[in-house]
Design a protein around this ligand. Structure first.
Ligand code: GDP
Ligand code: IMO
Ligand code: MG
Length: 427
C-alpha cells in the first residue's frame, strides 16, 4: 500500500485531521484535493493544538511534501493568514505546493454565500459562509479564476477586471454591494505575489512521487454524507469528499487508489441543517457534546449529536470504496449505560438499509436500533485492543459486522499518541 485516502465517512469533523497527522509520520506526501477553508482539522501533539483550514495536515513535518491540488478552492487571503499563523508558532520549515489549476475564492463568493443563505430563509443549508458553493459554481460556469492565472501579473489584472464585470452585475441584480476593481486588485495582487512561489503543476509532482514509490496520503475534507452527488442534497457541500473524487481532484490515475480509510466517530455529529435520523436531544446529547467538545472548529456552532448510524456508514463505505475504518472519539462514550447503534431505517413501514435520495423521505425515516451495554471505565490511556473493557470490544465488533468493514485504527483522545493502529498502514 503506497497511497492511502482518508475520507470522512459521516457529516464531517470525524477526526480526519488527527488521523492524517498520525499517519503522516510515515508518509512522504500529504494531499488535500477538495474543499477549502470550510474544513477545520484539529491536530494535537506535544502539548500544541492546531486547527488547519486549507493547509494539509503534513505541514508540521519538514520532510513531507504538502500538496493543495486542483480540486480545491483556495481563499488566498485566508490561506496566507493560516500560513503566517503557523510560522508565528514556529512552523517555518515546510514544503508546500499549490496546484496551478486550483480555483481561488474571492470576497464576492463569501458575500454571495451569505446572501443565498438569507434568501433561502427556513430552508437555509447552514453553510460555513466561506464562499465555497459560489466559488465551485463559478468554476462550473467557467468564470472562476485559477491559481496559475492568479499569480501571473500579466493575466491577473485583465482576468479580474473581466470577472468582476460579470460578478458585479450579478451582485447588483441581487441587491448586494458591488466590488471596486482597483481596491480588490491592489489588495489581492499582493497575495498573488506571495503565493507565486508555491504554485506548480501538482498533478505532475504526484505522478512522479507515486511512480518512484513515495507514500502518499490523501486528506479528505468534509464527509461522504456532505458529498455534492451522494450526500443529503441539498444539505451538502459543493465538492465530492469521496474516495472516487480523488483521482480527478488530484490529477492522478484512478488505478493508484486502492485503499480508502473511512474516518468515523463512535457516534454521529452534524453541523448545519438537514435530516439527521439518529439525532439526540436532552441530557445524553449534552453529555456527548461536552465530553467530545462538539463545537465547530470553523464557526464555533454547537454540533448536533446522535447515536452511531451504520446505515449511513454502510452507504459511505459503498459510494466511497472504504475498506478500512478509523473509529474516533471512542473515549467519549465511557459512562453511558446503554449504547444504541442504528442498523436500518423504517420508512412508512418498510425496512430499508440505504439512504433515500429525497429530503422528503429521509426526514421521515425512523432509525431502528440494536442496544449494547456501555462501560464506565476511562479508556483514554488504553494502548491496545486487549486493554479495552469487554463491552467496548463488543461495540467495535458490532460496528465491523454492521458495516462489513474492518476497524483498523481507533482513537481514545485528541492527542497524536492516543491512537491505536490495529492494522499497520504504510508498512
Ligand atoms: P476533522 O474535521 O475530521 O479533522 O475533525 P475536527 O478536528 O473538526 O473535529 C474532531 C475533534 O475531535 C477535534 O476537536 C479533535 O481534537 C477531537 N478528537 C479527535 N480524535 C479524538 C478522540 O479520539 N477523542 C477525543 N476526545 N477527541 C478527539
Ligand atoms: P471538515 O473537513 C463539518 C457543512 C456545513 C454545511 C454544509 C455546507 O472539518 O470535516 P459549505 O460551507 O461547505 O458550503 O457548507 O457542509 N460542512 C462541514 N461540516 N465539517 C466540515 O469540514 C464541513 N465543511 C462543510 O456546516 O452544513
Ligand atoms: Mg472539522
Amino acid at each position: 500500500m503506497k497511497t492511502l485516502v482518508v475520507v470522512g465517512s459521516q457529516w464531517g469533523d470525524e477526526g480526519k485531521g488527527k488521523v492524517t497527522d498520525y499517519l503522516a509520520q510515515k508518509a512522504d506526501v500529504v494531499v488535500r484535493s477538495q474543499g477549502g477553508n470550510n474544513a477545520g482539522h484539529t491536530i494535537l501533539f506535544g502539548g500544541n493544538k492546531f486547527a488547519l483550514r486549507s493547509i494539509p495536515s503534513g505541514i508540521f513535518n519538514p520532510n513531507i511534501k504538502n500538496v493543495m491540488a486542483n480540486g480545491m478552492v483556495i481563499h488566498p487571503k485566508q490561506m496566507l493568514e493560516e500560513l503566517h499563523g503557523l510560522e508565528a508558532r514556529g512552523i517555518r520549515e515546510y514544503q508546500l505546493f499549490i496546484s496551478n489549476r486550483a480555483h481561488i475564492v474571492l470576497p464576492y463568493h463569501e458575500a454571495l454565500d451569505g446572501a443565498f443563505e438569507t434568501f433561502k430563509g427556513d430552508h437555509k443549508i447552514g453553510t460555513t459562509k466561506r464562499g465555497i458553493g459560489p466559488a465551485y459554481a463559478d468554476k462550473a460556469n467557467r468564470i472562476g479564476i485559477r491559481m496559475g492565472d492568479f499569480v501571473e501579473e500579466h493575466t491577473l489584472k485583465e482576468l479580474l477586471k473581466e470577472t468582476l464585470n460579470i460578478k458585479n452585475r450579478e451582485l447588483q441584480m441581487l441587491g448586494l454591494p458591488q466590488y471596486d476593481f482597483h481596491e480588490l486588485y491592489t489588495e489581492y495582487s499582493v497575495y498573488a505575489k506571495e503565493l507565486k512561489k508555491f504554485v506548480c503543476d501538482t498533478s505532475l509532482l504526484l505522478e512522479e512521487e507515486i511512480e518512484k514509490g513515495s507514500k502518499v496520503l490523501f486528506e479528505g475534507a468534509q464527509g461522504v454524507m456532505l458529498c455534492l452527488d451522494h450526500g443529503t442534497y441539498p444539505y451538502v457541500t459543493s465538492s465530492s469528499p469521496t474516495g472516487a473524487s480523488v483521482p480527478l481532484n488530484a490529477g492522478i490515475a484512478p488505478r493508484y487508489i486502492t485503499d480508502v480509510l473511512g474516518v468515523c466517530k463512535a457516534y454521529t455529529t452534524r453541523v448545519g441543517e438537514g435530516p439527521f435520523p439518529t439525532e439526540l436531544n436532552g441530557d445524553l446529547a449534552n453529555y456527548i457534546r461536552e465530553r467530545g467538545h462538539e463545537y465547530g472548529t470553523v464557526t464555533q456552532r454547537p454540533r448536533r449529536v446522535g447515536y452511531l448510524d451504520c446505515v449511513a456508514l454502510n452507504y459511505a463505505r459503498r459510494v466511497s470504496g472504504i475498506n478500512h475504518l478509523a473509529l474516533m472519539l471512542f473515549d467519549v462514550l465511557s459512562g453511558i449505560k446503554t449504547l444504541k447503534i442504528c442498523y436500518a431505517y423504517d420508512l412508512d413501514g418498510e425496512i430499508i438499509y440505504t439512504i433515500p435520495s429525497t429530503t422528503y423521505d429521509y426526514s421521515r425515516v425512523k432509525p431502528l436500533y440494536i442496544e449494547l451495554p456501555g462501560w464506565d471505565e476511562d479508556i483514554t490511556s488504553v494502548t491496545s485492543f486487549e486493554d479495552l473493557p469487554e463491552n467496548a470490544k463488543a461495540y467495535i465488533r458490532k460496528i465491523e459486522e454492521l458495516t462489513k468493514s474492518k476497524v483498523s485504527l481507533f482513537s481514545v483522545g485528541p492527542d497524536r499518541t492516543q491512537t491505536i493502529e490495529l492494522e499497520e498502514f504504510f508498512k
